[in-house]
Write a protein that binds this ligand. Structure first.
Ligand code: ADP
Ligand code: MG
Length: 429
């Protein structure tokens, strides 16, 4: 019996190796759904043929293999288009090698197709845990099916004539079922885990790209500033030379606009600069005003009225990080407002603490969304969102020994309450 168990382990190992190879293939470049399905068919066919070629003899008549595992996985992940060719291949191969297993193979083939029809669409949306549990349940079903077919076909007659089977056979059936159920669970888990690692890698690459772009933005805005300054200079000359009123007016408008462009670029430049982690004591009110200046164009574009009530109050931390955090939160507020609304920023202080309230009249959040806030890559904005803003903001506030509280009502709006320790203007630690 030991040898047989070892053989079954070999089957499992083969399936796992195939899972690895498949995932590495997936990792090499972007693959379309059709390509993936094709690979599901190819890989599981290889597994199935391997399993069927090296069958394990558990008793004289009970010759088994673990082909149900790759078949189930292919059916669940590849859907009915993977299940049908696979069913045909197994039955065909079974037919070529011959033997009594053909009824089992056919019933298994049909089951796999039915399973894929029922499950494959829903399956892909489930969490890893649910996937593992369900694949194990289905493996329990598939292995029991094979056993039933076996008992009815061959052992059944013997059972009728010779009475109850010896203890050994129960043990063997147990091994058979356990191998299938546990094996499928392990294979599914491996499949999912490797997949999620690969996805994570791709997301990190994306984040790095964003960072690169923001660094580029810094240098680009620097470059744009030079021609702006030059144009402004000539405008100035024009203004001095010209005598006609109209031209005068145009030139001064142009100068104002150039100044505005210059201001916007300066503001963005501070955000795009790599964050320096210098700790300092700074005026929160000043930073709020600065951030409001920066988001004003976005607010105007979305018909959002920004109102403030700010008191002067100092805290300690990285000024730039704080700006970034506030920018994230106010930007989210504006983005949550669909057709016009208000964003109110309020800064209060007592002896020990500063409280900053950012309140919007946007669409609000559900309980579920609030719970997930700050989770990396959680976004409801599709491709437009990064889902990193809140994560970064929480990190920044925590690093300043502060806290963020969120209250939100669906359809009414959201309020972010940031609490920070208050410092004296001249305090040094
Ligand atoms: P992103 O803005 O890129 O989506 P964030 O981390 O900044 O990422 O925000 C995550 C999600 O939290 C948003 O997609 C949105 O669903 C929700 N959210 C954040 N702030 C608000 C808000 N003020 N009102 C409604 N939903 C919000
Ligand atoms: Mg955001």
């Amino acid at each position: 019996m030991k040898d047989q168990i070892l053989f079954l382990f070999n089957h499992l190992l083969f399936v796992l190796v195939m899972v690895f190879i498949y995932q590495f293939w997936l990792d090499r470049k972007e693959r379309t759904f059709e390509q993936k399905r094709m690979m599901h068919i190819i890989f599981s066919t290889i597994c199935v043929i391997f399993c069927m070629s090296f069958t394990v003899t558990l008793t004289d008549e009970f010759i088994v293999d673990l082909r149900q595992i790759p078949m189930l996985i292919a059916a669940l992940y590849g859907g009915v288009y993977a299940a049908i060719p696979l069913a045909i291949i197994t039955v065909g191969y079974r037919f070529i090698i011959g033997g009594a297993g053909i009824v089992g193979a056919v019933s298994m083939g049909i089951s796999i197709i039915i399973i894929s029809l029922i499950f494959s669409k829903r399956y892909l949306t489930w969490s890893i845990r649910k996937k593992v549990i369900w694949s194990m349940l289905l493996a329990l079903y598939a292995s029991s099916l094979v056993l039933t077919v076996y008992i009815v076909l061959s052992a059944g007659i013997e059972l009728l004539t010779n009475g109850l089977p010896e203890k050994n056979i129960i043990y063997i059936f147990g091994v058979f079922i356990i191998f299938h159920v546990a094996g499928t669970g392990i294979a599914t888990y491996a499949f999912e885990k490797i997949n999620s690692f690969i996805n994570m890698k791709q997301r990190i690459i994306q984040t790095e790209k964003i960072e690169l772009i923001s660094h580029l933005a810094a240098s680009i805005s620097h470059e744009v500033r030079n021609p702006l300054t030059v144009s402004r200079g000539f405008m100035q000359l024009l203004l001095e030379d010209s005598l006609k009123d109209k031209k005068n007016e145009y030139a001064s408008i142009a100068i104002n606009e150039l100044d505005r462009a210059e201001r916007i670029i300066t503001d963005y430049l501070t955000f795009a600069k790599p964050i320096e982690e210098r700790q300092e004591i700074f005026d929160v009110r000043q930073e709020c005003l600065h951030v409001i200046e920066v988001i004003r164009p976005l607010a105007n574009m979305n018909a959002v009225e920004v109102t403030t009530h700010l008191t002067e109050a100092y805290t300690e931390g990285s000024r730039q990080s704080f700006q970034q955090c506030l920018l994230n939160i106010t930007k989210n507020g504006i983005e949550a407002i669909e057709d016009g609304g208000a964003l109110h920023i309020e800064l209060l202080a007592n002896n020990k603490h500063i409280t900053l309230l950012v309140r919007d009249t946007g669409k609000g959040m559900t309980e579920e969304q609030m719970k997930r806030l700050g989770e990396p890559y959680f976004t409801t904005k599709g491709a437009k969102g990064t889902g990193l803003g809140m994560m970064v903001s929480y990190g920044i506030i925590h690093s300043m020994n502060g806290s963020i509280k969120v209250t939100s009502e669906l359809g009414k709006g959201t309020c972010f309450e940031i609490t920070l320790p208050r410092k004296n203007e001249n305090e040094q630690e």
